[in-house]
Design a protein around this ligand. Structure first.
Ligand code: MTE
Ligand code: CO
Length: 433
């Protein structure tokens, strides 16, 4: 996503921070009560060893729900957005509730959404995929055509380049949903691009592909042909069912390990060319501004990153004792090989346990036991991927990238656990740095 506003520029940053603290604390004034825990009060009559009310009657029959919904006691598990971040609800983002997720798969209904012109509601009967340009034979496919072809299914994370983008200058948003929730991880099914280009054939100078969406934004990005032929998919399913409209129904591009902006939704056109197009989303947006005033362009790969999702601002601790500290790690370059966790702000590290399976370019769950003695603690995690790359501290990242950038913030996240058990997003100051 693109941020037109600099949160540091105006004095609103503090108010915003307070607002988000209130949100994280489940403050009723924000209309988001129950963010921390379900608001339902327990009924002592139902408590064992009593016979609860639901054990004394028939429940609804199987004709009750053709498509199931989560329990009414899980209503707090939902996407949330930050209205002041952008000018409208059509061109903005909402966030995956990472604090409420288990394992590494994101359920379809709570995958974060990022639209530049709102969610397109596409009738698959009226939709086609056109492939043209430097091909031997331009072709147009219906969605049905695509489903008849050989398919592949893979788990991949999809992370917006602007995930954690508000955190460059300082600790801003007090909740893991808001600092890291522009990522989801889904089991994608679709046709490999390789299969489609076998049918169209490619001219010798076919080096780049322009992917275009059918929404009002007509999202367009240039993608190297090499990547397309390697592991990209035209996906029509997520987690075993048709794509959700939010995720690009009926078809979207899946570009494993690359920034989510390139994963064009409601995909309608692939033009093959011999050079990139330098469209808006790869020049004025999604480039990384450096302190020199120059900018990196085509920084597609999402580097290794991790975050502790329990405890976190939304999930405080209940008091001293034993806990299983948990989190997620991922790398656009392949598999996560190790995650270290520190309880003292990065002075000492312990290696966490990675939960099977560990797939490449996919979220990986880590866990580590911790006995909290009730004192202030600074929790940090750092991911290491199969290339040997180590997730940097914010200090290390800023030394190279400055603070002007919005995109590709993969710095280590620090959570302060207070003696009360509350957890806050904080920034470490480096003495002697
Ligand atoms: N594709 C189209 N057609 N229109 C869009 O606005 N947004 C991009 C990308 N693909 C976008 C799009 C951006 S910036 C992101 S982060 C991802 O879609 C978000 O994918 P999601 O909504 O499935 O989370
Ligand atoms: Co994005």
């Amino acid at each position: 996503m693109s941020h037109e506003r600099d949160p540091k520029r105006d004095g609103l940053a503090v108010a915003r921070r307070r607002f988000l603290s209130a949100v994280a604390a489940g403050g009723a004034a924000t209309g988001l009560a129950g963010l921390v825990r379900p608001a339902e009060a327990a009924n002592p009559d139902n408590l064992p060893p009593n016979e609860p009310e639901w054990a004394r009657m028939l429940g609804p029959g199987v004709d009750d729900r053709g498509y199931g919904l989560p329990s009414i006691y899980e209503k707090h598990v939902k996407r949330r957005w930050v209205p002041w971040l952008t000018a409208s609800a059509e061109s903005t983002v909402n966030f995956t509730p990472l604090q409420d997720l288990h394992g590494f798969v994101t359920p379809n209904g709570i995958c974060f959404e990022r639209h530049h012109a709102g969610r397109a509601e596409v009738n698959p009967e009226d939709h086609r995929l056109i492939i043209h340009g430097l091909v031997e034979k331009p072709l147009m496919f219906t969605v049905q055509d695509l489903k008849r072809m050989p398919s592949e299914s893979h788990f991949y994370f999809c992370e917006c380049a602007a995930n954690s983008g508000m955190e460059w200058r300082n600790a801003q948003l007090n909740g893991v949903q808001f600092t890291h929730g522009m990522v989801h991880c889904v089991h994608w099914t679709g046709v490999p691009l390789r299969v489609l280009f076998e049918q169209t054939g490619l001219k010798p100078n076919a080096k780049w592909v322009l992917a275009e969406g059918a929404d009002g934004a007509a999202m367009t990005r240039s993608i190297p042909m090499e990547k397309m032929l390697d592991d990209c998919l035209v996906a029509y399913a997520q987690n075993g069912e048709a794509l959700r409209p939010e995720q690009g129904y009926p078809i979207r591009l899946v570009v494993p390990g690359f920034e989510a902006n390139m994963w064009v939704k409601w995909l309608r056109r692939l033009e093959v060319g011999d050079q990139p197009w330098y469209h808006r989303e790869e020049t004025s947006k999604y480039t990384d501004l450096l302190p020199s005033g120059k900018a990196y362009i085509f920084t597609w790969v999402m580097e290794a990153k991790s975050v502790i999702t329990f405890p976190c601002p939304e999930k405080p601790l209940d008091g001293p004792g034993y806990y299983s500290v948990r989190g997620l790690a991922w790398s656009g370059r392949g598999r996560i090989t190790r995650v270290d966790v520190s309880f003292d702000g990065g002075r000492n590290w312990q290696t966490a346990k990675l939960q099977d399976p560990v797939y490449p370019k996919c979220l990986t769950r880590f866990e580590i036991p911790w006995r909290w003695n009730g004192e202030r603690a600074l929790l940090v995690s750092r991911a290491i991927d199969e290339t040997g790359y180590v997730q940097p501290t914010m200090y290390e990242l800023q030394k190279v990238r400055g603070v002007e950038s919005v995109y590709h913030n993969n710095a280590q996240q620090v959570w302060e656990v207070k003696p009360s058990g509350e957890v806050e997003n904080v920034r470490l100051r480096y003495v002697n740095a």
